[in-house]
Every structure is written in C-alpha cells, then in structure tokens.
Ligand binder design. Structure first.
Ligand SMILES: [Zn+2]
Length: 383
C-alpha cells in the first residue's frame, strides 16, 4: 500500500480567560484525504480545549476499508505501573498516563491509532451540517479520540467466559497498530475499574477470566460508578452499553445507546451513529468519566464549543425582570453572575439558579454559571 505520511501539530490556546490550557495534538495521517484531514484537525481542536496535558498527544489516523458497518476504530497504546500511576496493576491509555506524569512515557510511539472507514459516505465539513445520507466525520473522529484518551475498556467474551485484559493484536486483524501491542497480562484498564453490575458489583471483584464476568458483560445492567460521573448524572451511575450478544469493541466501552439517544447531550460516546446527524461535543457525562479516570479538564471547558449551551438553558429569553437557568442535572452550590459582552460584571455573583436583571439596560449579556470549579456561559437578551 502506498502511503503519504504527514504530520501536523495543533497548539491552540483558549482565548476567553487568557489561560493557556490547551493540549497539543501531533497527528500523522496515512492515506487520509485533505478534506478529511481538516475534519480530523477540527475534532482534535475540540478535544484540545477540554483535556489538559503538557505532553503533546500523538495520533496516527489511517483511512482504510473497515469491516461491516464500522465507521471508525481506535486502538490506544497503554502504560501500567508507571511512576506516579494512581492505581497499580491497571492500564492507562498512554495519552492519559503522559498527562498524569507530565512526561512522555512512550517516546517514538503513537499514543493511539485511529482507523476511519475509507468506504463510508462522509461529510468532511466542520459546520455540523451533513447531508441526510452522510456521516459527519468530525463527530466520528471526536468519538474515536475519546476512546484514544482512555474512554476504553479491555472486556472480551469467549463463549461463556468473560475477561479483562486478554485482548490480542490478532483480535483486530487485519488492522495493525503502529506501536508494539502491549502484553495486557489479564489486567483491567482504569475505565474497567469503574464498571459495575448492580447485582454482582464491580467487574474487578469477579474471577478474571470467568463465567460470572461473562454473564455480567451481556447483562444489560452495566454502569460506570465513578464519583464525578455519578455526581454529574444526578447521583446515578451512567449506564454502559452491554447488549445480550457481546460485540467486541462495542460492549462495555460505550454509553448505552437507548439511554442516550440522538439529541441527548451525552450521545457522542454511544456505539451507533446515524447519517445526517452531527454532535461536536463529548457531553457532560463523558467529560466527567474522563475526570474519574484521571484527566484534568480545562476549568472553563463549558465555554468552548456550542454543545454545553444545549445542556444549560435560560428562560425567558428575551428577559425583562428575572433570568432563570436550567440544567439537565442538579448542580452543586451553583453561583451565577451576569457579564456584558466586554466581559465586565454587571450583576454580581450570587448563589442559586436565577438572577434579577430588571436594572440592566436593553442589550445582549452573558449569564455565567459556576459549579464545582467549572463554568458555562449562556448569552441572553435583555429587553
Ligand atoms: Zn466507539
């Protein structure tokens, strides 16, 4: 096969607050058309404003015919028991391990490989407006990069036997990774450590390999019990995709499709995508799960992109007397204030979800909601 290696480095700064907290991506392309490269770069740009790492994230993106109806597949490189690893005997996606240690643990290797289906009808624009039969490439790459950053488990089921950490390179043939396949040593990933089945408890307390693990993996009752994800999800563990027939690469590594359908703010990390539909934000649950597994998230992440605006809404808009803010999940100790378009505070911060705007002159303002060190900014009109 002929291929044209090309490396692009993206280093983007978030302008809103003057902080430089963006993460650099170094992407190597193999056979990826130029317009598709733009879509990949756009997805990397979105992630660069969400996760914080001072070690550039190295990604290889290949354009290949994929099996069946697969649109993309990601194989992350991994590290375990590195100096400073939060959990022993646990795999971390290398991009995450690098960010935790602040050092490059895999010099000369890619952090993850992304394979994109060369035969799909792709929409490569970055405006989220695919045609009715087209798959939005930015959305798919955003999803795949989520796996590369560590939204990934090592579940496998052979017959009745389930296991964590027995995956082999041959499980993904004919695809091959650009880095040496790690010997997984029957160990879980940090993502797997949060998988929990309500009746039987955490995956990691079960025999591995074992039949109990096998049955819970296809029980339809798998949840992610990370504390931040649960707090973001109204105190309930987000539901993980675990259909009655095990699907390697889909089962136990995604949010549940029917719980987070198209249009839900958390739809990005579900296993299926519909054509004619775009989603350019990972959603609050995914971001919280990444925090649970060890990622540092940009403090003003709510500002970046438009999707958080779908999660936090204002009413009424336009407003005359009082503005109310609504979020799909309860917030801890919310504080809101109003700033003008020049960033000047016009209504001082107060606690609660509503604020008096009667004294403001007519115009456009921004309502800032802060909770647990994170914030969102929602514009509204004062009449
Ligand atoms: Zn996926």
């Amino acid at each position: 096969m002929r291929w044209w290696p090309h490396t692009a480095v993206l280093l983007l700064a978030l302008g809103q607050s003057g902080r430089t907290c963006a993460t650099g991506f170094s992407i190597t392309y193999e056979n990826v058309p130029a317009d598709a490269q733009s879509a990949v770069a756009h997805a990397a740009d979105i992630w660069s404003g969400i996760v914080i790492s001072n070690v550039p994230i190295k990604v290889k993106v290949s354009w290949v015919p994929l099996f069946g109806s697969a649109l993309g597949l990601t194989l992350p490189n991994g590290r375990r028991d590195f100096a400073g690893a939060p959990e022993p005997l646990t795999w971390y996606a290398t991009a995450l391990a690098n960010s935790i240690t602040g050092t490059e643990l895999d010099p000369g290797e890619d952090d993850f490989d992304v394979f994109l289906d060369a035969t799909a009808d792709w929409y490569t624009g970055t405006d989220g407006m695919p045609g009715s039969g087209q798959f939005d490439l930015v959305s798919i790459v955003l999803h795949e990069f989520g796996h590369g950053l560590g939204f990934v488990g090592l579940s496998k089921k052979d017959g009745a036997i389930g296991s964590l950490g027995t995956l082999q390179a041959s499980d993904f043939a004919p695809l091959t990774t650009s880095f040496p396949w790690p010997q997984l040593d029957t160990l879980p990933s940090i993502f797997d450590r949060y998988l929990d089945q309500q009746q039987n408890g955490p995956f990691t307390l079960m025999d591995n390999p074992g039949t109990q693990l096998g049955s819970v993996m296809t029980s339809g009752q798998v949840y992610f019990n990370g504390p931040i994800a649960m707090a973001d999800n109204g105190g309930v563990a987000p539901r993980i995709y675990a259909p009655s027939t095990f699907a390697l690469g889909s089962s136990c590594v995604h949010l549940n499709e029917s719980t987070y359908p198209n249009g839900d703010p958390n739809e990005l990390m579900t296993p299926f995508s519909d054509p004619g539909h775009a989603d350019h934000w990972p959603g609050p649950i995914c971001i919280a799960m990444l925090q649970d597994i060890g990622w540092t998230i940009a403090p003003d992440v709510g500002i970046h992109g438009t999707a958080p605006l779908a999660a936090a809404t204002i009413y009424p808009d336009p407003a005359t007397e009082v503005v109310h803010l609504a979020t799909p999940t309860p917030m801890v100790a919310p504080r809101i204030r109003v700033i003008d378009l020049g960033g000047r505070e016009v209504v001082a911060a107060r606690s609660g979800m509503e604020t008096d705007v009667a004294s403001l002159s007519a115009g456009t303002y921004v309502l800032e909601l802060r909770s647990e060190g994170r914030s969102v900014h929602v514009p509204f009109i004062k009449r």
